[in-house]
Design a protein around this ligand. Sequence first.
Ligand code: PXG
Length: 465
Amino acid sequence: MNAVLQPPSTRTTAEWQAADTAHYLHPFTDFKALASKGSRVITRADNIYLWDSEGAKILDAMSGLWCVNVGYGQQALIDAATAQLKQLPFYNSFFQTATPPAIELAELLAEITPPQFNHVFFSGSGSEGNDTVVRMVRRYWDVLGQPERSVIISRKNAYHGSTVAGASLGGMSYMHAQGGLPIPGIVHMEQPFWFVHGHGKTRDEFGLEAARWLEAKILEVGPDKVAAFIGEPVQGAGGVIVPPATYWPEIQRICDKYGILLVSDEVICGFGRTGQWWGCETMGFRPDLMTFAKGVTSGYIPLGGVMVGDRIARVMIDQGGEFEHGYTYSGHPVACAVALANIRLIQREGLVDKVRTDTGPYLAEHFKALSEHPLIGEAQSVGLMGALQIVKDKSAGTCFDPSLEVGMICRGHCFANGLIMRAVGDRMIIAPPLIITRAQIDDMVALIRLCLDATLHDLQQRGLA
Ligand code: PXG
């Protein structure tokens, strides 16, 4: 792998921070709070490491933002983008036109997705992909003469993006509170979070119970009004909540019983994250639509989309007429060329098999051992995504007062010690690049342990633990 050579930075960290504060509104950020401390400016990356403007090296245990699956500095992706930029930097697919990279990517995606998928609709991001899902499931039922079937059932604490439709599908109440969401026709049921809701039950018993909340919701809404159910195979942004093995097969059974479309949001789980190409394969269900983004290009360039299963594609193609929906960058040739290079690299290096048979199980073993730490109540991982639940009292399984923001305290210690982990409340999350080696997993786990020790020490100093 070649390090990407950057021109030397012409500004100091303080100068970057001043310009950042003056002009740049960051996503999901308290602007005033950030202005008072300043951003950490990331200037370059290679393999699984980042460097900041002070020259500090950081192990990126979050793959950027769950996306840099093949790691940083992959020459094949850089070359693909460069060649396509020279050949044809842009052309659209609106007016009975297409470009070779978009056609080839559609063909390759049909090959690497489950057999029911033979068509794709491209977007620029995961949020836009889920906007397409809303438009498509409603259009499908419309074309079939059942326009009243328009309600989509999702789950609390789900994350499906930040556009109006994406945030409505998502189950983050603090997002709904800003902007009058959700939009009509989207309802939410409880999530399959065993650590919080499953006390006194085995995981498998709880998985069946949680799936049956879907049947209760369908009956509450009216089976003839429900268009689809959407879920992430493993909730990512909600805290890497791995559902019990019984959950998804039961969800599938209920969707089949009522003829409801099943949508798998694979934006995080897709492209090998769980040890199979798709999270639905790991969790054992057969969706009608799959949203993807992030890992499709390993985040090197924005791209998203929706895989459209034959059940829907046949209706949309044979009876649908014009589908009044699309984006300027649907099938962007440079993004598609990078995606082709990325997927071929994953195939060439056997990265999905490596996660399933080697690094995934190796991480699980070493990550599980962290549950012995006095602060950790639960350690869970699947493939190369994992979560550590911080608890106040290990034996009782009780959590800290959320207002103490213990997760953020821990994240601060990670940042200070050269490790990027994500805090979701008091769950500490990892999703490292799929190229991570066993030796790098050892380093990462040692760093996590060090940061947990530092957090415990800090809490003891403050009289909180
Ligand atoms: N679906 C899922 C399952 C996601 O995780 C989206 C859709 C939206 O994708 P775009 O490309 O529009 O961002 C996501 C995105 C976090 C975090 O803090 C997670 C995401 C995005 C930003 C932050 O964990 N996931």
